[in-house]
Design a binder for this molecule. Structure first.
Ligand code: 2AM
Ligand code: CA
Ligand code: CA
Ligand code: CA
Length: 254
């Protein structure tokens, strides 16, 4: 099995496991604060993924949300559940995000939502797919037609919504950064903006969106630093500049 096949197989296996506990997660614990939670299912999901990868590729390294870091030029970046709060509450937007990078350069990313059975795959220079259908971002040329989404954007969400609510069709917040970004690749959202994203939130979706022809920038207009915490604008090409201008007007932030 190649690495991509391993990622897809383990995502579906872990997805089946996660659905058994959806809306009734166990051992819910606080991490940094009461809004930052981890469950037994986050930890078990991560362990299942890493064990499976190690059984095929014992020398590969990992960067995973629930305390796992092992450096290697062959690096897997894993979020075992993106959207833990949704998962705990039995809401449908959560996913398993797995990315594979070599020498810090993207190779492929997979994002799997076990509730909707949507599997997003992006392969460097080979395109992006949703359940085998090729994804291609179709542009819109006016923010008025846009449905956009926001992620973890404390102190920014209110200001941004106030600024754009009369200029966009709708803003939707769905609680999973990886799914929100993939929805830009799939033309469900026209943009997705988040601050303070970690590598595991975004590493897979980054490949999926760029391979679908979407734009990805940080708030300073540069390519985001995937291996650090950074701000992200995922967007259709023609509305990117307008979004960047709005963000600078309200003061940005990372
Ligand atoms: P998680 O579910 O893996 O924790 C929810 O708004 C989105 O933001 C999810 O993708 C969630 O990932 C992420 N998130 C949660 N807490 C965060 C934090 N402290 N910093 C950045 N992203 C966070
Ligand atoms: Ca978390
Ligand atoms: Ca996450
Ligand atoms: Ca997580």
């Amino acid at each position: 099995m190649n690495r991509l096949d391993v990622a897809i197989e383990i995502s579906k296996h872990v997805g089946f496991y996660l659905m058994q506990f959806w809306g009734r997660a166990s051992n819910i614990e606080k991490k940094e604060n009461f809004q930052d939670l981890v469950t037994a299912q986050d930890k078990n999901s991560q362990e299942l993924i890493i064990n499976k990868i190690q059984s095929h590729f014992p020398n590969d390294g990992f960067l995973a949300e629930e305390d796992m870091e092992k450096n290697s030029k062959n690096l897997w970046i894993i979020d075992p559940i993106d959207g833990t709060i949704n998962y705990i509450h039995g809401l449908p937007s959560f996913c398993i995000s797995i990315a594979y990078y070599e020498d810090k350069k993207p190779v492929f990313g997979t994002v799997y939502n076990p509730f909707t059975e949507e599997l997003f795959v992006g392969i460097k220079d080979e395109g992006a797919y949703l359940n085998h259908s090729r994804l291609k971002v179709n542009d819109i040329n006016n923010l008025n037609f846009a449905v956009g989404s926001l992620g973890f954007t404390k102190n920014f969400t209110g200001k941004f919504i106030e600024k754009v609510e009369n200029n966009v069709q709708r803003i939707r917040i769905i609680g999973s950064a990886a799914i929100s970004a993939c929805y830009v690749a799939a033309n469900k959202f026209d943009f997705f903006i988040t601050t303070k994203a970690n590598p595991w939130d975004i590493a897979a979706a980054y490949i999926i969106v760029t391979e679908a022809g979407g734009c990805v920038r940080n708030f300073t207009g540069n390519n985001p630093k995937i291996f650090e915490k950074d701000s992200y604008i995922f967007s259709k090409p023609s509305i990117l500049e307008t979004l960047q201008n709005i963000i600078s007007e309200i003061g940005g932030g990372i």
